[in-house]
Design a binder for this molecule. Structure first.
Ligand code: ADP
Length: 479
């Protein structure tokens, strides 16, 4: 169903599409398939609701978000189970994502009360300047399938806190998770028209309306750099504000003074995040030659013993990939690397057998001897393959790490604090994990530089993305 102006409804065309389990191919549900006319209707509803919602106090908006946070945590288990089935991630990771999603509701419930302005001294004795922050207006959001609940709340919560209304188009692979997320907000008392949902099997038509319709003042997108480029250029025509969270190609640097075992455990755990389908997963591991052997042994052992399977099965740490195209990409990256001299130390193939035949399972893989001429060194893999590159000179490795068009996350392992900070400052990336594989939280700004995106989500900066700045110059001259 679509959710427009506070009601669940079919698409105007009457069309539907189905959502399937990527581990089994089973159809999980059938949902309304929005077209351009539905997107227009949703935007009109958001426009009509904007006046009243934006005039509410931050405290009133906070109360609704706070209630949504409580409800999402109450429904954690059912949301996590649905996510495991629809998206594929192991249940334990799905639970973590639901908590992460709820964190944004809580964080922005708190921030809603802190939309502070400023006063600025004037050069004129009789004048004062007052700076106000006001909601930008109607926002639209286009979200990906890999984090099918938290990517919605990361956009919806700050929009609502700021006083904006919003229309969301979720990824076509995960509409059911989006529907249940919106249900939480509806049940929490979000007024009609403030949040609207238009799932669609045709992202181009609905997406284009959400990006170009003149009522939209702000577009927030998470997805591939390729699609982000199209959306940003379409939005530029209408001078709309944009936030872009795009692809990544994270370097993971292990210096000679690092603990190779701890670093290897970190690299394996980071790759298992969502089966490698996260934009912050490492895509090039640079390990100093002096500790490469020990590091690689532990990494291969850890990757090799990860259990693949349905997200709801016990003990599974790697779920299916989202579709056949993802499997084809794994095959292409492995074949190309091996043809150019890399060694496949473990994995390297699609999993077969009863448990796997109906899904898209790729064996957790480690490639050693990877070099800059290989596809995997340049293209985002988005799957459970760890490419390892040995280096000799610590001075060269930062340049090697920066040699990418992407700039989202990077990781540094060293026991030398000065080296850690020098490296972090020299890396052209938006988020740096130092001896740590999770530099994210609702409380910190998430985002990248270069072709990984524009703007930040979460933290105070995430709220500013939905606020315009207005200045008043006030004369105090007696009249
Ligand atoms: P991925 O490769 O991870 O699936 P995409 O960038 O293709 O990432 O998809 C992210 C989101 O962008 C999804 O909601 C998808 O439906 C949407 N999308 C894909 N193509 C377009 C497009 N041309 N215009 C607008 N949205 C699009």
């Amino acid at each position: 169903m679509l959710f427009i102006n506070g009601s669940w409804m079919p698409a105007q065309s009457g069309h539907t599409f189905s959502s399937t389990d990527p581990a089994t191919g089973e159809v999980l549900g059938v949902v309304a398939d929005a077209g351009r006319a539905d997107a227009v209707r949703a935007l009109e509803a958001a426009q009509a609701a904007f006046g009243e919602w934006s005039r509410k106090t931050g405290h009133e908006r906070s109360a609704v978000l706070y209630r949504a946070w409580e409800l999402m945590l109450e429904r954690q288990e059912e949301l996590a189970k649905l996510m495991s089935r629809e998206q594929g991630k192991p249940l334990r990771m799905a639970r973590t994502e639901v908590r992460y999603a709820a964190d944004f509701l809580l964080w922005f419930a708190e921030e809603a009360k802190r939309v502070y302005g400023e006063t600025i001294p004037s050069a004129r004795a009789d004048q004062r300047f007052l700076v106000m922050r006001q909601p930008v207006g109607v926002a639209s959001a286009i979200t990906p399938w890999n984090y099918p609940i938290s990517m919605l709340t990361r956009k919806i919560a700050p929009a609502l806190a700021a006083g904006c209304t919003i229309v969301v188009k979720p990824a076509e692979q995960t509409p059911l998770c989006a529907i249940e997320t919106i249900r939480v907000l509806d049940d929490a008392g979000v007024p009609s028209g403030v949040v609207n949902l238009v799932p669609s099997s045709d992202p181009v038509e609905v997406g284009d309306e959400l990006v170009t319709n003149e009522v939209v003042r702000k577009v927030s997108f998470t997805g591939s750099t390729e699609v982000g480029r199209i959306i940003a250029s379409r939005a530029a025509h209408g001078m709309k504000r944009v936030s872009m969270e795009l692809g990544g190609h994270a370097p993971f640097i292990v210096f000679d003074d690092a603990d190779p075992v701890r670093a290897a455990k970190g690299a394996a755990a980071l790759k298992s995040l969502n089966s490698g389908q996260a934009c912050i997963c490492e895509n090039r591991v640079f390990v100093h030659r002096s500790i490469a052997r020990e590091f690689t042994e532990v990494l291969v052992e850890r990757m090799g013993r990860m259990k693949s399977g349905h997200g709801l099965s016990d003990g599974v740490s790697i779920g299916p990939l989202i579709d056949l195209a993802a499997i084809d990409k794994m095959q292409r990256h492995v074949d190309d690397a091996v043809a150019k001299g890399a060694i496949c130390a473990v994995g390297g193939k699609r999993l077969k057998g009863e448990e796997y035949d109906d899904g898209y399972f790729w064996a957790p893989t480690v490639l050693t001897g990877v070099g800059p001429d290989m596809l995997i060194y340049r293209e985002e893999t988005f799957g459970p393959i760890v490419p390892v590159i040995e280096f000799d000179d610590a001075d060269d490795v930062v340049a090697m790490a920066n040699d990418t068009t992407y700039g989202l996350a990077a990781y540094v392992y060293t026991q030398n604090l000065g080296r850690a900070l020098r490296t972090a400052e020299a890396l052209d990336f938006g988020m740096i994990g130092i001896n740590d594989i999770n530099p994210t939280s609702a409380a910190v700004p998430f985002g990248g530089v270069k072709q990984s995106g524009l703007g930040r989500e979460g933290a105070r900066e995430g709220l500013l993305e939905y606020l315009d700045t207005k200045v008043c110059g006030i004369s105090m001259e007696a009249v």
